[in-house]
Design a binder for this molecule. Structure first.
Ligand code: ZN
Length: 498
C-alpha cells in the first residue's frame, strides 16, 4: 500500500468508527436525559452492540496495515498527529487478550452495585475484594500495554492525558499540595468573605436565567442544546451537535450556575474543534486535562471573577427577584472551606482532593500501599492536607465512582485543567489587556476567539502540554500561575497576603 492509499484507507476507517461512536453518544445522551427508566435493559444491549462493532473495526487487519504503511511515511503534521493518536488507541483496542477484557467488564459490573451498597452501609472491608480484583486486573492491563522502562502509572494516564507523565506530575502535584496547604493555614480562622444567597429558588426562572447565560458566553444554540440531567455533562454527537446538560437546585443558586458555566466551557471547546479535521484522527479534543481546562476557564477564572459577578448579579436579580450586588456575589462565590466531598469543594481545596487521590494512586500502583489499607491512608491524608477526617468511608475513600469502576489515572486531569487554565488566563491577559473590562460588560467574543485560535483549533494536532505551552508563548510554570491566582483572588477576599 502506498502512503497516499494508506492515508485514504485510514481516513475511511476512522470516519466509520467515528460514526459508530456518534451513534453511541446519541443513545447515551437519550439515556441520561429523555429515556424512561423502563428502557434501561434494552438500551444496555444497544450500547453494548455498538461497542462491539467499534471494537471489531479497530481489530480489522486493514486498519493495522494502513497504520503500518503510513508510519514513518507521513506527509504532513496532520498525518503525523493522526498516526500517533491512532496508534495509541489502536494498541489499547487490540493488544488486550479477550479474556482480560471480559474479566474486567464483569468485575466492573459486579463492583458497581457492591460499591453503592458499601458506600451506603459504610462497609469498606466488604468492598475490598472488588477493589483488589479491579486493581489486579488493571495491573494485568498495564503489563500488556507497558513499553520497556515506562512507569506503570503512565500507562494509566495516557487515555485521559496523552503527553503527560508521572515524572512531570509528581513534582507539580507535590508543590501544589504544599502551596495550597500554606494558603489554607494563612486564612485559618478568618470569616468567610460572603454569604450565599438563600433559597428556595423556583426552577423555572433558574432555567430561563441559564438559557440566556449559555448563548451569551458564545455557545452556539444552533449547534447545541441545554437540557437537564442528574449529573451535568457535555457530549458531542456530530460536528453540528454538541449538547450540554445541567442540574438545578432549589436550595442554592450557585452550584447550578457553576455547573452550567462549566459545561458551557466544555461545549465551547467541542464546538470550536475544526470542521475540516473531524474524523481524521487528529480532529478530536487533546485529552481530558485540556477539556477540563476549558470548562474551568469559564466556570472559575471567568465565572467567579469580580467582573463577571458585576455583570451577572443584575441578571440573576431580574430572573430570581433577588437583590444581589456584584461584590456580594463575588464574595459568596469564593468562600474557601476544607471539606470531605470533592464534588462540593471550592476552587482552592478542590485541588487538594485531587492531589490526595493522585498520590494514593501512585502508591497503590507502585506497590507501596495495599488496597485493604487505602481507607486509613485516605483518612490520614485528608487530616494532614485538609485538616478534616472522614467519619466513615461513604464520605471518604468510597465517595467517588472512579476507583470502584477502575478509572485509575483519571483524577489528575481535573487539576491539570485548573493548572492549564491559570496559564491560559495569564497569556490572555497579556494578549488582550482589555479582557476584564470586556467581561464586566458581558462581552466574551474576543476571549472566545483567542481560545478558538490558540486551543480549540489545535484539536489533537499536538498533545495538551504542548498546546498550552505554545498558546502561552513557551514552557510555563503552571503551579506558580495557579497559586498566584489563588493568592490574588482568595487572598485578597480573606485579607491575607504572602
Ligand atoms: Zn468537566
Amino acid at each position: 500500500m502506498t502512503p497516499t492509499a494508506a492515508w485514504t484507507e485510514l481516513q475511511t476507517r476512522l470516519a466509520e468508527i467515528n460514526t459508530i461512536s456518534q451513534i453511541a453518544s446519541n443513545l447515551s445522551w437519550d439515556q441520561q436525559v429523555m429515556m424512561p427508566t423502563g428502557g434501561g435493559a434494552d438500551r444496555g444491549k444497544q450500547l453494548s452492540m455498538l461497542s462491539g462493532m467499534s471494537h471489531a473495526r479497530w481489530n480489522e487487519p486493514g486498519l493495522a496495515e494502513a497504520l503500518d504503511a503510513l508510519s514513518g511515511n507521513e506527509a504532513s503534521d496532520l498525518q503525523r498527529a493522526a498516526v500517533r493518536n491512532t496508534k495509541r488507541q489502536h494498541k489499547r483496542s487490540t493488544a488486550m487478550p479477550k479474556e482480560l477484557v471480559q474479566a474486567m467488564s464483569e468485575a466492573r459490573s459486579a463492583a458497581f452495585p457492591a460499591w453503592a451498597a458499601a458506600k451506603e452501609s459504610q462497609d469498606y472491608p466488604g468492598f475490598v475484594p472488588h477493589l483488589e480484583k479491579l486493581v489486579a486486573l488493571t495491573r494485568e492491563e498495564v503489563a500488556v500495554l507497558q513499553e520497556p522502562g515506562q512507569d506503570p502509572y503512565d500507562v494509566l494516564l495516557e487515555p485521559y492525558d496523552p503527553g503527560s507523565t508521572s515524572a512531570s506530575l509528581d513534582p507539580m502535584f507535590e508543590r501544589l499540595g504544599t502551596e495550597l496547604s500554606s494558603f489554607l493555614q494563612a486564612i485559618q480562622g478568618k470569616p468567610a468573605p460572603g454569604e450565599r444567597p438563600k433559597g428556595p429558588f423556583a426552577i423555572a426562572p433558574q432555567q430561563a436565567l441559564h438559557e440566556s447565560l449559555v448563548p451569551a458566553l458564545g455557545y452556539d444554540m444552533e449547534r447545541g442544546r441545554l437540557d437537564e440531567s442528574e449529573h451535568p455533562f457535555t457530549i458531542g454527537m456530530g460536528y453540528g451537535d454538541t449538547r450540554i446538560t445541567t442540574h438545578y437546585y432549589e436550595n442554592d443558586l450557585l452550584p447550578g450556575l457553576g455547573g452550567t458555566i462549566h459545561e458551557t466551557g466544555h461545549g465551547l471547546y467541542e464546538q470550536g474543534l475544526p470542521k475540516e479535521l473531524r474524523g481524521t484522527g487528529a480532529g478530536q479534543a487533546a485529552g481530558m486535562g485540556l477539556h477540563e481546562s476549558q470548562s474551568r476557564f469559564w466556570e472559575n477564572f471567568i465565572g467567579r471573577s469580580r467582573q463577571f459577578s458585576e455583570w451577572l448579579a443584575p441578571q440573576i436579580n431580574a430572573h430570581m427577584g433577588t437583590s444581589l450586588t456584584g461584590p456580594g456575589l463575588y464574595a459568596a462565590s469564593n468562600g474557601v472551606k476544607p471539606s470531605l466531598i470533592r464534588i462540593f469543594a471550592d476552587e482552592v481545596t478542590y485541588n487538594l482532593h485531587i492531589v490526595i487521590r493522585y498520590q494514593l494512586e501512585r502508591q497503590l500502583f507502585s506497590g507501596q500501599i495495599e488496597v485493604s489499607h487505602l481507607d486509613q491512608a485516605w483518612a490520614d491524608a485528608y487530616e494532614q492536607k485538609l485538616g478534616v477526617r472522614p467519619a466513615h468511608v461513604g464520605e471518604g475513600v468510597l465517595q467517588d465512582v472512579h476507583w470502584p469502576q477502575a478509572y485509575y489515572g483519571y483524577f489528575p486531569s481535573y487539576t491539570l485543567g485548573n493548572l492549564y487554565a491559570s496559564s491560559l488566563v495569564k497569556a490572555l491577559e497579556k494578549a488582550r489587556p482589555q479582557m476584564w473590562a470586556e467581561v464586566q460588560k458581558g462581552e466574551f467574543a474576543g476571549i472566545l476567539s483567542w481560545l478558538r485560535e490558540n486551543v480549540h483549533q489545535k484539536a489533537h494536532l499536538m498533545d495538551a502540554p504542548d498546546i498550552v505551552n505554545a498558546a502561552c508563548g513557551g514552557q510555563q510554570d503552571h503551579v506558580a500561575d495557579f497559586v498566584d491566582h489563588i493568592w490574588a483572588r482568595h487572598g485578597a477576599l480573606y485579607g491575607v497576603s504572602r
